[in-house]
Design a protein around this ligand. Structure first.
Ligand code: NI
Length: 339
């Protein structure tokens, strides 16, 4: 019995001991787990802090860069503004100069018109060599503006015998001719041989061209060059009835035939009565590139030969007492009346 009692006590002790040991082990395990959890958390937090720090640094760097770029851009803007202001100043200056040029050009035109009204006779010395360059069949879309540029550059004026169809197509070119002091004359409406037309058709050829010129510049021409230079008594009677004079030529450059500058220039300056001389009326056509080139050379040569280049009305006014209606002129000194 006592033995049993002792054994029971020992067993209880043993069980208690085992339980205690188990509890201790469990507590140890729990503690370890808890501790390692704390370590893991700490590690995560450290990692987060590190990545945050990096992000902040990157953002600061980026901000600095942007700040720098903003400053640079502002500096560029300031420079651009300065340039713009300078350009605006220059543009204003150019506008001012352009206005001055326009005003002077207008004054020059007025003076020219005044001179013409006062009688050009007084404008040219008696012994001055005068020559009138004339251009038929235009205006040509590209050739005539180029010719006008060259004449303007040299301060030279000419006479344009325009076709009505072209005058109606390019009224601005007629306006320019008028503004730059050239004479505008008729070459009929559509370049038909006037001697072959019925009376009505003949009237129409003259009237329609006059209408197109009037539409463009406000006045009708007073000179006519019949197509091909062809006329007869009937044509002259019709022309005279309209107050027109016929103007043919004394120098034929044959520029319609030879499209070669040199040949045209040589034809103009050929020796004898068919070459240029004082009082000549020179025939050309402002519808060919080669004619524009030749005209430039002819003008330069005439100027260096001391010729004064005038319009046909000026030439006839100065040397023939003015154009007489129905009369046919070949030069300032050669003309004939209706036959
Ligand atoms: Ni012609």
């Amino acid at each position: 019995m006592e033995q049993k009692e002792g054994t029971r006590v020992n067993r209880r002790l043993l069980i208690g001991l085992i339980v205690s040991l188990l509890l201790l082990a469990a507590a140890g395990v729990a503690g370890g787990v808890a501790f390692s959890g704390v370590l893991w958390y700490q590690e995560q937090m450290d990692g987060l802090t590190e990545s945050n720090r990096q992000t902040v640094e990157e953002l600061q760097k980026r901000l600095e860069e942007l700040q720098k770029r903003l400053e640079e851009t502002e500096a560029q803007l300031a420079q651009a503004r300065e340039k713009q202001a300078a350009a605006e100043e220059k543009a204003a200056e150019i506008d001012g100069l352009q206005r001055q040029i326009d005003s002077l050009t207008a004054q020059l035109e007025e003076a020219r018109k005044g001179l013409a009204a006062a009688g050009v006779k007084a404008a040219f010395p008696k012994d001055a060599k005068l020559v009138a360059l004339t251009f038929d069949d235009g205006p040509g879309k590209t050739t005539t503006p180029r010719l006008l540029d060259e004449l303007k550059r040299r301060g030279v004026r000419a006479t344009f015998f325009v076709l009505g169809v072209n005058a109606a197509r390019y009224p601005d070119l007629l306006k320019r001719m008028d503004a730059e002091g050239h004479a505008i004359a008729s070459h009929s409406w559509s370049h038909k041989n006037l001697t072959t037309l019925s009376d009505d058709a003949l009237q129409q050829e003259l009237d329609r061209c006059a209408g197109a010129v009037r539409q463009a510049v406000g006045y009708a021409p007073s000179l006519l060059r019949p197509p091909g230079g062809n006329f007869d008594a009937r044509v002259l009677a019709a022309v005279k009835a309209k107050g027109l004079s016929v103007v043919n030529w004394s120098v034929d450059t044959k520029d319609w035939k030879s499209r070669e500058k040199t040949a045209v220039v040589e034809a103009a300056f050929q020796k004898g009565m068919y070459g240029v001389q004082n009082g000549s009326i020179v025939l050309m056509h402002d519808v060919y590139d080669s004619t524009v080139e030749a005209a430039v050379e002819i003008v330069d040569r005439l100027l260096s030969d001391q010729y004064i280049l005038v319009t046909v009305p000026e030439l006839l006014q100065a040397r023939a007492g003015g154009a007489v209606p129905g009369r046919v002129y070949y030069s300032s000194s050669r003309f004939k009346d209706a036959v």
